[in-house]
Design a protein around this ligand. Structure first.
Ligand SMILES: [Zn+2]
Ligand SMILES: [Zn+2]
Length: 151
């Protein structure tokens, strides 16, 4: 198995929550961590089917939620009401800019954005937990905008 450390995190999480520990769940974990970029549950399910996996659609959906709960995946919503996931294992925290015309997603990390939610939480008398932040914009170059539709 490739991601021993991630597997240990997941196994401990499953055990702590009295969730069943099954080989299928670890199969989903591996596939999710290897997926490049952002994906919906169905994207991953179809990919796994193409690689002859016997994992069920329900297992993919359930396991992705569990992986998000233990922070191995980040759950994203880019304004179209589809839940997308991406690996957050050994990855830098980042935010997203989404082109509303072509759907292109650009990742960026800016320390100003990380700091602000913590400061606001403090000011309002809360302990900071997490935040979500998306920028919706339009490509300036219309040629590049239609070219790559990656979601
Ligand atoms: Zn991302
Ligand atoms: Zn665009």
């Amino acid at each position: 198995m490739k991601n021993k450390q991630a597997e240990d995190i997941f196994r401990n999480f499953l055990r702590a929550g009295k969730n069943r520990i099954t080989p299928e769940r670890f199969e989903v974990l591996e596939a999710a961590l290897e997926y490049e970029g952002h994906f919906g549950a169905d994207d991953l399910y179809i990919l796994m089917k193409n690689f002859k996996s016997r994992v069920s659609r329900a297992t993919v959906y359930k396991t992705l939620e569990l992986l998000a709960q233990c922070d191995l995946l980040s759950k994203r919503n880019f304004g179209d009401n589809i839940n997308r996931f991406e690996s957050s294992f050994k990855r830098q925290i980042h935010d997203h800019l989404i082109c509303v015309d072509c759907g292109k997603i650009i990742e960026f990390a800016d320390p100003r954005i990380k700091q602000l939610p913590e400061e606001i939480s403090e000011d309002l008398g809360f302990n900071f937990e997490s935040y979500s932040f998306n920028i919706f914009a339009r490509c300036k170059d219309p040629k590049k905008c239609k070219q790559s539709r990656e979601r």
